[in-house]
Design a binder for this molecule. Structure first.
Ligand SMILES: Cc1ncc(COP(=O)(O)O)c(C=O)c1O
Length: 420
């Protein structure tokens, strides 16, 4: 069934404004300015609970990890820690934020295909629970840098290519990530780590890609890793990757059926004793977040196209330019009115490719309107940049009609702060 890209409970209020988690989006724009990232806290909590409930109704042997690259914000780490999730960090920076949020280090899993000495030392000093090893050089580096015997897992590229954008496919042999199954390097890595006094091998990991709607590739990946298992294999981390609805017609699998399929596959190919780890990012935060903008100019080119420019673009939502990602949009202050004016939404950057949404029907758009793009909660803030000297937007968490700024807006002065 098609799924709405907005947080559950988004409504048009009596003033004809969109309301998210009880907060009037037009009020938010007045109070906090635009562009801003706005999140529904209940949506994030409900999705975390959907994962935990789906597992706990079937098994005790599981751990849900928040793949924090999707929204690396201290308040989000705190929220998912409160929901009982462990956390996946992919850099020293993400590790720093997880620790600042109060994460129990034993619940932290550290990824990265090129962890530096400094990052490994930080993990070592913090007492990070598990490192996910990605290369032979990293194994050497761990042996040189780590001060204590470290629990580790091995990341394997199982040779599965799901249908998603090639930039977010990560499970194929021809990948910078992990140890290949087909070329025998995964098997060699296992032998190498088992022989290392510095490292304690406890499991295997794979992540075949992101924004995936099919469930079969995940099953095939579990099946292909099964040939590697041994007595040492107490955990299998099946990665993230569950897709979300960016447009109303999208039909991603439900969290429950996706988890069911993973449990089935692990039981079938690894048995009951193996603990299942899962690392959702996008499916926890993507549909919980929207971005709000102010419409600044409308340029009609007769017979060709109408461009509507907003006060953001590729600096706060890079995904359309990076992956040709598609979004919906609406005029938040004219909610519920017929959307009949087809426009192309452009950003404010000095690039013709700075287009957020192509050919979208809006309700009589005017300069000064508040435009909203749903499903921008994952990898929007995370990939934000300062192109054209654009200060990055704030992150606002909404719950029961209360809005809280959890990351403030960058200022023009902030852009000078690192000048030496
Ligand atoms: C190793 C790993 N785990 C988990 C994720 C999260 O994926 P998603 O946001 O698609 O759930 C990623 C995303 O790139 C990843 O690289």
């Amino acid at each position: 069934m098609a799924a709405m890209p907005y947080p559950v409970g988004t409504v048009a209020n009596s003033e004809g404004h969109l309301e998210i988690a009880g907060c009037d989006v037009v009020d938010l724009a007045e109070r906090f300015g635009t562009p801003s990232y706005v999140f529904s806290v209940p949506e994030m909590r409900n999705r975390a609970r959907a994962y935990v409930d789906a597992f706990s109704s079937r098994t005790d042997e599981f751990e849900v990890l928040y793949a924090s690259k999707a929204l690396p914000v201290t308040a989000a780490y705190r929220l998912f820690a409160e929901e009982g999730l462990s956390v996946d960090v992919a850099s020293g920076g993400e590790l720093t934020m997880a620790l600042a949020a109060g994460y129990d280090p034993s619940l932290i899993y550290m990824h990265g295909n090129n962890k530096t000495d400094a990052e490994l030392k930080l993990a070592d000093e913090a007492g990070v629970g598990h490192l996910i090893l990605d290369s032979f050089d990293e194994i050497d580096r761990c042996e040189r840098v780590l001060s204590r015997r470290q629990d580790v897992m091995i990341r394997v590229t199982p040779g599965i290519e799901p249908s998603t954008h090639t930039y977010v496919q990560t499970g194929q042999l021809d990948s910078k990530f992990g140890f290949g199954l087909e070329d025998g390097s995964a098997e060699r890595a296992i032998r190498r780590v088992l022989a290392s006094p510095a490292l304690n091998l406890v499991g295997l990991h794979f992540h075949i890609g992101s924004q995936i709607f099919e469930t079969e590739p995940f099953r095939l990946a579990v099946q292909s890793l099964a040939e590697l298992q041994g007595d040492w294999c107490r955990m299998l981390d099946v990665g993230g990757g569950l897709g979300i609805s960016y447009e109303t017609e999208d039909e991603p699998p439900k969290i429950e059926s996706y988890v069911d399929m993973k449990i089935e596959a692990v039981r079938e190919f690894f048995g009951r004793e193996v603990k299942i780890l899962i690392e959702p990012g996008r499916s926890l935060v993507g549909n919980a977040g929207v971005t709000i903008y102010t419409v600044g100019t409308i340029k009609e080119i007769p017979g060709i196209r109408t461009y509507l420019s907003v006060d953001g673009g590729m600096s706060e939502n890079l995904r359309p330019m990076l992956y040709n990602a598609k979004y919906e949009a609406a005029i938040a202050n004219r909610a519920g009115r017929p959307a009949e004016t087809v426009t192309t939404i452009a950003g404010s950057h000095c690039e013709s490719g700075d287009i957020l949404v192509r050919d979208v029907a809006l309700a009589d758009p005017q300069v000064g309107d508040i435009l909203i793009t749903p499903a921008t909660g994952a990898y929007g803030h995370a990939m934000a940049n300062n192109y054209n000297g654009m200060p990055r937007p704030p992150v606002i968490f909404c719950e029961d009609g209360e809005a809280k700024v959890v990351v403030r807006r960058e200022t023009w002065d902030d852009l000078l702060a690192r000048d030496a």
